[in-house]
Each structure stands twice: as C-alpha cells, then as structure tokens.
Design a protein around this ligand. Structure first.
Ligand code: GDP
Length: 446
C-alpha cells in the first residue's frame, strides 16, 4: 500500500466515525480497527500498531467524556498525536553547524539509494550556503566511484575517491583530511553497501566510523523494504552510532510502514525523504506536517518554507492574510499559480497545498500540469478586475465566459473547466477560514 493510500484509509476511517450520530464504544472500535488494518497493510510492525491502539483507547475514555465534549475532535487529535509519536523518536535530530567542518557518514545496504542520497544531501546543503564535499569509501562495488564522481560533477561538488586503493578506511581518512584542509564544512562519506560476508560489512562500517569520527551517521533505507527495515536498521545501529534516517523512493509503490519501523529500531529521526531519482527530489522531513499531509490536511509548514523562499518579504504578510481570510477569489488563485510556477519542483509544492495535489497535478505529469496552469492564467488575464476580485460564483455568467474565451483564444469549455477548478479549490480553502497559519515548525493539528 502506498503512503497516500494509507493516509486515505485513515482519513476515511475518521470521516466514517465523524458521520455517526453518536460516538460510542462500538463506533470508536470500528474506527480504530480500520486504522489498524490500514497500518498493518502498510507493513508497520504489529507491536507498534498494537501499542498505538491501546494508547488511543487509554486517552479517549468515552465514559469520562462528559456530554458536550467534542468527542470527534478528541479522538482525531489522539490519532494524530499517536501517528506522530510513532514517527518521532522523542529526541531532536542532531544539528550540524555551518562554517565548522562536519563529517557525515552514510550507511545502508546496496541499492537503498545511498550514493544518490549522498549527492542530494550535499546539493541541498550547497543551495543553503554550505560548502559540501563527497568522499567515496565504497571500494567493494565496481563503478561506485564513477557513479559518485558523475553525480558530484553534475552538482559541481568536489569529490574524492580512488580506482586503485582497496582500503576504504584509508580513502575515507584521506578524503576527510583533504576537504578539512580545503575548508569544506560538510564532508560526506559514502560507504559500501555490500560485502561477501555480511559481518565484514558491519566491521568495515565500524572501522570507517572509528577512523573518521563522524559528527553524524545517517542510515539510508529504501521505503519499499517494509518490515525488514527494522532488522536492517538495528544491524547498522549495532555497529555504528546511527543518528538519523533518510528514507528513499517514497515516490514509488512502497509500503511506507518501513519508515516507522526504522525509527523504532534506531531511535533516530527521519530527517529527509527521497521522492525521485533527480537531485532535487529530496524533501526535509518533519513529523507533524508529514502526518498532517498523510491525513490529507495539507502541509502548512512545508508550504510556508517554500513561500519564504520565493515570495519577496514585503509581500508575505499580505499573502498570508489573504490565505487565512478564506475569501478565495480568482485573483488569489492566479497569485497562487504564479507562485507555484516560480517555486520550482512543482510537484513538491503542490503536494503541500490542501486540495492542490492529486486532482490538479498527478505525479509524473508535471509538464502537462504546468501547461494547464499557464493556460488557466492566460484565460484569467482576460478577466476584469471585478471578476478576479469577486468570490460570487453567480457573477460568471455565459456572456462573461464567452468574452473571456474570445479574449484568450480558448474554448468556452476550457473557461468553464478553469472555473470548476476554482470552485473546487475555493471549497477546500474555505475550510481554512480563520486558521492561524503556523510559523515554521509549529502545526495546529486538526
Ligand atoms: P546505492 O547502491 O545504495 O548507492 O544506491 P544508488 O544510489 O545507486 O540507487 C539505486 C537506484 O535507486 C538508482 O537507480 C537510483 O536512481 C534510485 N533511487 C535512489 N533514490 C531514489 C528515490 O528517492 N526515488 C526513486 N524513484 N529512485 C531512487
């Protein structure tokens, strides 16, 4: 089951419970059983699921909740919190300091996406003003150095490795020393993911770690491995001190439950997720926004981050004000489209906005979606100020639609389609009315 399906099943279970006239023990149990089934299908460890169910029942004591209590809201909140707890090891992720040389060692099995992720991680930090460098300490796999070299060159990141040297510890130490001298502040060591003997791999990890003394060890796992994630993560954790997890291939048909198991095994937070093969298909992972997105609630803080990146500072308060007023006009939609086109990797931005994801922009069809947005914007360019600023759907009568179609050289059918899209979004956004848009890192759950 892909994560989106998991989220869908959970939100459906909550919705069904909400539709019940009276929320009693039976309704609550049905809802929790649905959620349990969905989590188990997503390959989340049985023990985690069982604990979660028990915790929710402990928190939501229906007998103690006096009439007038909003039971639905309390249950929703408990489910949200428990899902967050499963993904949050309870300790903050280790933070590296820009400007001071830090060594980050990547570990994970071959094929997990480790080499790709090393470059993505370097590239992400480079864009934020760090000076990263890559060291290839994988001497087992033929071609490992070439792959890292190719990726690093594409991203213009300095790299170090050797075709001749077979001792990974030696290469790792040389690379780290060299880049420390060159004042790089993020030295990333890619390691082997396979050996003839499994024990030898873990021994090698221990040695590389001992010799380079990394500030952070990141365990990279493929999201499709499901429950096997627990044992794999634990095996690495026993030989090196894993401090963070990156889950790759979240774009595929993975059973996302593995991520939860890896967190439980390493007691370390997931810090990024990989969402594609390209360098920028890489997202910061925050538990609360992730769970909120999983439940179809939109990811406000991720969205805010993107807004802060692209919308000029002086325009931000106005936009935020408009967003929280719930008065969603065509002009706001136009501004949103414009921002989205500016914000780059379009799929990432879309998936963060409530209502903007699957319908308007199915994954893998970014180009078509971009063209569609541009087409919508051309039609909106033929609208009057009154039309753009009104939130009265009745204003858009047939003669106005024909005028817009003529003015933009499109068909009336297309104008209608654009207006339907607007109505759909307006409905989603009207729920946001009065919402206090949280600052980065805060999330008003449900
Ligand atoms: P390594 O053996 O662990 O170093 O794995 P690689 O970095 O060579 O990756 C193995 C394969 O997974 C390559 O084809 C990558 O392009 C692909 N890959 C890595 N990360 C992702 C991801 O987030 N999404 C998808 N779809 N593919 C990925």
């Amino acid at each position: 089951m892909v994560l989106a399906q998991l989220g869908g099943s959970i939100s459906r279970a909550i919705q069904q419970m909400s539709n019940a006239t009276v929320i009693d023990e039976k309704v609550l149990n049905e809802c929790l059983n649905e959620i349990t089934r969905a989590l188990l299908q997503a390959d989340v460890q049985f023990k985690l699921v069982r604990d979660m169910q028990a915790n929710i029942k402990k928190i939501v004591n229906l007998d103690d909740l006096a009439a007038g209590h909003n039971k639905r809201k309390i249950i929703q909140q408990a489910i949200f919190n428990e899902l967050c707890k499963m993904l949050d090891p309870g300790k903050p992720s280790f933070t590296l300091k820009k400007g001071k040389p830090s060594v980050v060692m990547f570990v994970g099995l071959q094929g997990s996406g480790k080499t790709t992720t090393c470059t993505k991680y370097a590239y992400y930090h480079q864009k934020k003003g760090w000076k990263p460098a890559l060291v290839c300490a994988d001497t087992f796999r033929a071609g490992a150095f070439d792959q890292l070299k190719q990726n690093a060159t594409k991203a213009k990141i300095p790299f170090y490795g050797s075709y001749m040297e077979s001792d990974p510890v030696k290469i790792a130490v040389e690379g780290v020393e060299r880049f420390k001298k060159e004042n790089c502040d993020l030295i990333i060591v890619d390691t082997s993911g396979r050996h003839k003997q499994e024990a030898a791999l873990f021994e090698e990890m221990r040695q590389v770690s001992e010799a380079t003394n990394p500030d952070l060890v990141i365990f990279v796992m493929d999201s499709s491995i499901g429950q096997a994630a627990f044992d794999q993560a634990q095996a690495f954790k026993q030989s090196v001190s894993v401090g963070a997890v990156i889950v790759t291939k979240m774009d595929g048909h993975a059973k996302g439950g593995g991520a939860l198991s890896a967190v439980a095994a390493t007691k370390s937070p997931v810090i990024f997720i990989g969402t594609g093969e390209h360098m920028d298909e890489f997202e910061v992972f925050d538990v609360k926004p992730f769970v909120s997105r999983l439940l179809g609630m939109g990811d406000w803080s991720g969205f805010m981050d993107k807004i802060h990146e692209v919308v000029p500072m002086d325009q931000q308060p106005e936009l935020l004000q408009k967003l929280s007023e719930g008065n969603f006009t065509l002009r706001i939609m136009y501004d949103q489209f414009q921002n989205i086109l500016k914000m780059g990797p379009i799929s990432q931005v879309f998936s963060m906005l409530p209502g903007f994801s699957a319908e308007l922009m199915p994954k893998g069809r970014e180009k078509e979606s971009q063209a569609k947005i541009k087409r919508y914007m051309t039609m909106m360019d033929s609208m009057t100020d009154e039309e753009l600023d009104s939130s009265n759907p009745k204003l858009m009568n047939e003669s106005r639609m024909m005028r817009i179609a003529r003015g933009s050289g499109r068909h009336v059918k297309e104008v209608n389609e654009m207006l339907e899209e607007y109505k759909r979004l307006a409905k989603v956004w009207s729920k946001m009315k009065g919402l206090k848009i949280p600052k980065k890192g805060q999330m008003s759950a449900l």
